[in-house]
Design a protein around this ligand. Sequence first.
Ligand code: NAD
Length: 496
Amino acid sequence: MTTLSTPGLAPVEPIEPPETGWGLVYGGGGHEPVNGKYSDIESSIDGSVVASVPNADRDDLDRAIDSARQAAKEWAKVAPSQRVGLLDAFADRLLEANERLGWLDTINAGMPISATRMEAAYGARMIKSHARLAEEIKGATFPQANGIWGYSTREAYGLVGHILPFNHPSLGTCSAIGSALATGNGVVLKPSEFTPLSSLEIGRIAQEVFPAGLVSVLTGDGASIGNAISEHSAIPRISFTGSIRTGRLVMRAAAEELKHVTLELGGKGPLAILPDVDVALAVEMAVGGMNFRGVQAGQSCQSTSRVLVHESMYDTFCERLVQALGEVKIGDPRDPATEMGALAFRQHFARVRDYIDIGQRQGARLLAGGGTPDRFESGFFVEPTAFADVDRGMRIANEEIFGPVVSIMKWSTEDELIEIANGVEYGLTARIACGDLGPGLRLANEIEAGRLWINTANGGPSGMPFGGFKHSGVGKAGDFESLVSYTREKAISVVL
Ligand code: NAD
């Protein structure tokens, strides 16, 4: 039974554009695209068009870079303490604009308003923390040898290109701008063509705080502006977050210029449920680990979308999971009581529904959800969905669906569990639910993933590294070292 937070949907009004319009953000102002092309942005709540944004290409990037290069050169010379002051002021401006930023992601991407506001505020706080951490980035000195002394410094790259996925639009934008600017770089950012509004707004606010040209936000398709950023010779450092398929394209495009590229890619994480765990904890981790609630509606790279349950508790677990999924309040994302909203855009909605069909066609047992709640048919809503009896050969056991769909599989021996857990190309996250910690820790050693949780769905200290093994990525995000990776080291010998 689906739990609704709201009985139906009121029509969505077009979003009020900023005073200067939804122009491309570069050179200290807003700009029309050189090619004159715009794309409509639909609201996930009901599919209505709520804005129209520029479709930038290489010509716009060249113009942005004209001013960005010089701005970045000067910014690199600004004392870190002064940078902190401006980054703090920027973060404060974002906090003042919190309601609007949350609203943009809610209307554009169908994310619950309570979660989008929280996420935008978290993004602002992250900028403050990047600023302080960056003050700690230092070089080294080396013992002198034969009258020659050595030291190293860390300096900015100049321009960092950030290419973002459609989920976490405001948080991703804050993190991209914060990490680049805190380390003395300028930034050229491309949001997803499907969820660009909060990024444009954040970029516009950044222009009011930072020197002209330092922050550029260029909206448009991946194949044109995304590719142009990846290959442009003036952008030596690329940070990409998105799918494996696009990650490969970005790496190839960046190869000609031998750029420093980090890739944060997809996941198909396992949640391993060991026989001695309390079933209530196992269910809590399955629901929390799938990120049904909050901004994601299951659209999270971190989700453990394969739940591997020991045969001894399989039936009980399935029964209890169905109950728990029925308690997730799906509804109008504008309603503060809503816990789970819509999927982010039309094509993705169709893709997730295709996977639900594929799961059924290939013989998995639809345990819960699978449809759109009554009275929400005009938007991109999918109920929390679970498949049981998923076989290792099925597509829903191997491919990232990136929606609110979980695949449950049964295991009997530890060897079998490890084989299933590691049997996909992904290696981003894993969760382990166990009673005795010993077997859980042993399993954590065996699982090929970059980020794991034992007996908690999402908790953990801040500043932990996040990034994938295998095809899930190259490099890390979220920790001090990843901030350092936006600088390059220079080693100098000097005769005393
Ligand atoms: P996507 O790969 O389709 O698009 C990501 C970005 O790349 C978009 O801005 C897109 O326009 C751009 N792009 C597309 N083609 C391009 C090209 N040829 N050159 C340069 N850029 C191009 O991904 P998506 O659907 O937006 O996001 C979902 C994916 O992102 C999932 O696989 C998810 O797991 C992953 N993701 C990973 C992390 C992480 O931290 N590992 C975080 C969030 C999302």
